[in-house]
Design a protein around this ligand. Structure first.
Ligand SMILES: NC(=O)c1ccc[n+]([C@@H]2O[C@H](COP(=O)([O-])OP(=O)(O)OC[C@H]3O[C@@H](n4cnc5c(N)ncnc54)[C@H](OP(=O)(O)O)[C@@H]3O)[C@@H](O)[C@H]2O)c1
Length: 216
C-alpha cells in the first residue's frame, strides 16, 4: 500500500491517481477522515478503472497502512504532522515530496530549512524511519490529467540504497517516468530548490515544466 500524508492536495491527489492507474493500492490521508474519504471517491470518478485501488481516511490511518508513505503536506505543516505520526511511521519508507517555497508578489522563493532541506528535516523528525526524497519536480496539474503522458525524470535521493531502489521502482510505475539515482539524502536539497526554478519557468512560458537529464 502506498499512503499519502496530506494526500488531499493537488500533488498528493495527482500522485495517488497515477499509482492507482498503475494498479497500486493507494490511501489518501488527511487531517479529516471525511475529507480523505471524499477525495478518494472523487479520484475514483476521475479514473473509474483505478477506483478499486483508491481509499482514504486520516493521516494516522495512512501512516499505519502504508508500506511506503509519501509526505505531501506544505512545508509549514511537516514538523507538527511528523512529530505526531512518528510512532506509526517506525520502520517505514517515508518519501518527502515537499519543495519548501513561498510566493512573494507572484514570484516563488525557496524557504531556508534549518536542517538543509525538507527531506533532511523529515529524517531528523523520524529517526526510526528511512527517509527518501523524490517527486518534488512533478507538476500536480499534469499528474491530475489521466490521459497526459508525463515524459519526465524523477530524481530519487536516499542514504539507504535499498529504500532508494524501492522508490525508484515505484516512480517508474508511473507511465513516462524514468527514475534517476540522485545519491544521498543531502542531495534532495538541490532537487527541492529546482522546483522553485520550474515554477518561474512555468510562469514565463505558461506551461507545466518538468525535468529530463540527458547523457545517461
Ligand atoms: N502542487 C504542485 O504542483 C507541487 C509540485 C511539486 C512538489 N509539490 C510539493 O508537494 C506538497 C503538496 O503540494 P500541494 O500543492 O498539494 O499542497 P496543498 O494543497 O497546499 O496541501 C496538501 C494538503 O496538506 C494538508 N495540509 C495543509 N496545511 C497543512 C498543515 N499546516 N498541516 C498538516 N497538513 C496540512 C491539507 O490536507 P487536509 O486539509 O486534508 O489535511 C492539504 O490538502 C508541497 O510540499 C509542495 O511543495 C507540489
Amino acid at each position: 500500500m502506498i499512503s499519502l500524508i496530506g494526500g488531499t492536495g493537488p500533488e498528493g491527489r495527482g500522485l495517488a491517481l497515477r499509482f492507482a492507474m498503475a494498479g497500486e493500492k493507494v490511501f489518501i490521508g488527511s487531517r479529516s477522515q471525511e475529507r480523505g474519504q471524499q477525495i478518494a471517491q472523487e479520484l475514483g470518478q476521475l479514473a473509474p478503472s483505478a477506483s478499486r485501488f483508491i481509499s482514504g481516511g486520516t493521516n494516522e490511518e495512512a501512516s499505519s497502512q502504508g508500506d511506503v508513505v509519501l509526505i505531501t503536506t506544505p512545508y509549514e505543516g511537516q514538523k507538527d504532522t511528523l512529530e505526531a505520526l512518528r510512532p506509526k511511521l517506525t520502520g517505514k519508507i517515508v518519501v518527502s515530496v515537499i519543495a519548501p517555497m513561498v510566493f512573494e508578489r507572484g514570484h516563488a522563493r525557496a524557504v531556508e530549512v534549518p536542517e538543509g532541506s525538507a527531506a533532511l528535516q523529515a529524517k531528523s523528525l523520524l529517526p526510526e524511519a528511512t527517509v527518501v526524497g523524490a517527486f518534488q519536480n512533478m507538476s500536480a496539474e499534469d499528474l491530475l490529467v489521466p490521459d497526459k503522458s508525463l515524459d519526465c525524470d524523477v530524481i530519487v535521493c536516499a542514504d539507504s540504497a535499498e529504500a532508494r531502489q524501492v522508490v525508484m521502482a515505484l516512480a517508474e510505475k508511473i507511465k513516462g517516468v524514468r527514475a534517476i539515482n540522485g545519491g544521498g539524502l543531502a542531495n534532495a536539497h538541490y532537487v527541492e530548490e529546482l522546483t522553485v526554478l520550474l515554477v518561474s519557468i512555468n510562469r514565463n512560458y505558461k506551461i507545466h515544466s518538468s525535468i529530463r537529464i540527458t547523457g545517461l
